[in-house]
Design a binder for this molecule. Structure first.
Ligand SMILES: [Mn+2]
Length: 304
């Protein structure tokens, strides 16, 4: 026991410090509190804070002491050095400046030898993040209920068009989309994504065929970036999001997929977006986001 209970003290992701006293971090957490790309229910600007607070449930001891996962039968995160650098400073109604600030922050993070985790914010942040990363060799695994390939909005930078922007700008080598469903991804846009070489797996496909076909679609010789829209999960476990869709993936399906990716590829960073605490009365969506991040970090141990 660290002496400070999880409900007490200052809040950060797993109570990580902003700057470690000793050594370089393996992982850096960066909040991106935005709503500017949101097309329906706003509130994701409060997402980073909610995910941090939810993570405190697991913050009895300093993170480098590890957490025993009773299902895996192993201790995860042991020796992990993690910094939570707070949030990228953003302002309302300053779209260009905000996109530039996110891109700059991402560029600086990817330059260091750390695994960055961006806490959204709405999904529009993934475009400036990948722009800042500036590595066209990277392969993108996009988990989402929606294709985010919209072509109808006036602004090019909504959360519904982010993957169209990423593909158009050739920010990645390739992309798979996993968990698609619902009635909001237009036929022309879904077809445009496929025509642009994006491989798509609907939620039903994952339910029927499992995660192996998805893993097979991801090349094993490329660095992989993970963009996880929390609405990929079923709303029964992730109600706190702006545009929920029935029929989503389970916690098991997503964590097994991420573990499979960690075994097969080299994960280089991730974002977890669209957590909206305004629609999350019991906080279970923020908790799920925090837990999936912890599971992801636990999937590519050990840390040297
Ligand atoms: Mn999305």
């Amino acid at each position: 026991m660290s002496g400070i209970m999880p409900y007490a003290g200052l809040i950060s992701f797993l109570r990580a410090p902003a700057h470690l006293e000793k050594g370089l971090p393996h992982v850096v957490i960066m909040g991106v509190p935005t709503d500017f790309g949101t097309s329906y229910r706003p509130g994701t600007r409060f997402g980073p804070r909610a995910i941090r607070e939810a993570s405190m449930q697991y913050a009895y001891d300093p993170v480098e002491e590890g957490l025993y996962d009773v299902e895996l039968g192993q201790t995860i995160l042991e020796g992990l050095r993690i910094e939570d650098r707070g949030d990228i400073p953003l302002e309302p109604a300053a779209m260009e400046e905000n996109l530039a600030a996110i891109e700059k922050a991402a560029r600086e993070l990817f330059r260091g030898d750390v695994f960055p985790i961006f806490l959204g914010g709405d999904h529009s942040i993934t475009y400036p993040i990948l722009k800042g990363f500036a590595d066209p060799e990277v392969f993108l695994v996009h988990l989402d209920a929606h294709a985010d390939f919209d072509s109808t909005f006036e602004s090019p930078f909504t959360h519904g068009s982010v993957m169209r922007r990423v593909r158009e700008a050739d920010l990645v080598y390739g992309m798979v989309q996993v968990g698609l469903r619902g009635l909001l991804s237009d036929k022309v846009d879904v077809e445009a994504a496929r025509a642009a070489g994006v491989q798509q797996f609907t939620a039903l496909q994952v339910e029927v065929e499992g995660i192996i076909p998805v893993l097979e679609a991801v090349p094993d010789d490329r660095p992989v970036y993970l963009s996880l829209d929390i609405d990929v999960f079923d709303p029964s476990i992730a109600p706190g999001t702006g545009t929920p869709e029935p029929g989503g993936l389970t916690y098991r399906q997503v964590t097994e997929l991420i573990r499979g990716l960690a075994r097969k590829t080299r994960l280089i960073g991730m974002d977890v977006v669209e957590v909206n605490p305004q629609c999350d009365p019991a906080g279970i969506t923020a908790l799920l986001a925090a837990r999936v991040i912890i599971d992801t970090l636990g999937s590519f141990e050990p840390f040297a």
